[in-house]
Design a protein around this ligand. Structure first.
Ligand SMILES: [Zn+2]
Ligand SMILES: [Zn+2]
Length: 317
């Protein structure tokens, strides 16, 4: 096998993983390695930039976990970047009592952050007799910062808690959401049927809700929409294997869609596998626009209107 030459360097190109014919640490070996590094840096720079939305439009990241340690060091910077890329509001989501309190603190500190509170299905074993009462007090005392109840729901993929306990906590918290007059933020992994059954039993929900990080097919999407719920589209829609979600994002009425990062998880292409952050939301929006054959602004405007309607607050452009 011959060696190609790296463009512009005159140095032989050695595909990664192949042995070079030069002794280790030889000057030529060093030159090859540094040229390969430069090539990698160049490739990184060539990632498609974050899609730009016109000034009058903006996005709302309806589901992010800003309290997680992935953001601890540089949260200020993350929020400045979000704003610079047209993400004018972010809802940070509670998953247990501690993160619900943290979410409220973040919302108090940063004007572009709103909070939700609730106990995630992974964490229902932490629920004590007075947990719900403390969450209710938190909600009543922080009305202007808390816009939703959740995330709550069922997760049969990881089964950190047994299904019976998950269902009980889900039903109980749907009632609390109604009592607090908050929309519900629902987490559903591999539990579509039970989620539908429980929502139907517990309904109606005067404040509505959202199936966050929607992972069902178009049939489930129709059922959810017919219950008056929104679907939230995560970065998965940009994945090669996100075909089912792409069908959903292309066909569900735009009036029923929200956008989310679910940061720090599920970064959209071209950052798949890296830490996700609110400033990456436009990649997801651009994919939805492409799938529907409409402009990025139309996606931004309608999904932002939807989010403001569901969560009942106003975002300044
Ligand atoms: Zn979730
Ligand atoms: Zn989440």
């Amino acid at each position: 096998m011959g060696y190609e030459v790296l463009a512009g360097t005159g140095i032989p190109y050695v595909p990664s993983g192949e042995k070079t014919p030069f002794p280790h640490n030889s000057p030529l070996q060093w030159q090859i390695e540094s040229a390969m590094k430069q090539q990698m840096i160049k490739t990184k720079k060539e990632k498609p930039p974050i899609p730009c939305v016109a000034n009058s439009s903006f996005f709302i990241d309806t589901h992010c976990h800003l309290d997680m340690k992935d953001y601890g060091e540089d949260l200020d910077k993350i929020l400045i970047q979000a704003r610079a890329h047209g993400v004018h509001s972010i809802i940070t989501i509670g998953i247990d009592e501690k993160s619900s309190i943290a979410a409220v603190e973040l919302a108090r500190k940063y004007p572009l952050v709103k909070a939700s509170i609730g106990i995630h299905p992974h964490d229902v074993d932490q629920i004590r007799p007075d947990t719900y009462q403390r969450l209710k007090t938190l909600a009543v005392e922080n009305k202007e910062h808390i816009v939703g109840y959740g995330e709550i729901g069922l997760d049969y993929a990881k089964l950190y808690a047994e299904p019976g306990a998950q269902k009980k906590a889900f039903s109980q918290q749907l009632e609390i959401a109604k009592e607090l007059n908050l929309p519900v933020i629902i987490h559903d992994r591999d539990a579509h049927q039970d989620i539908l059954t429980i929502i139907r039993q517990s309904g109606p929900f005067p404040r509505g809700g959202v199936m966050h990080c929607f992972s069902g097919d178009t049939r489930l999407a129709e059922q959810i929409v017919s219950l008056g719920f929104y679907l939230s589209i995560p970065g998965v829609v940009t994945f090669k294997n996100g075909i089912e979600l792409q069908k959903v994002a292309a066909t569900v009425p735009l009036e029923s869609l929200l956008l989310e990062t679910d940061g720090p998880f599920l970064a959209p292409v071209p950052w798949r596998g890296k830490r996700n952050k609110p400033s990456y939301l436009p990649y997801t929006a651009a994919k939805v626009a492409e799938l529907r054959g409409i402009s990025l602004e139309e996606v931004a405007d309608q999904t932002s209107r939807n989010a403001q309607t569901l969560f009942n607050y106003e975002v300044l452009p």
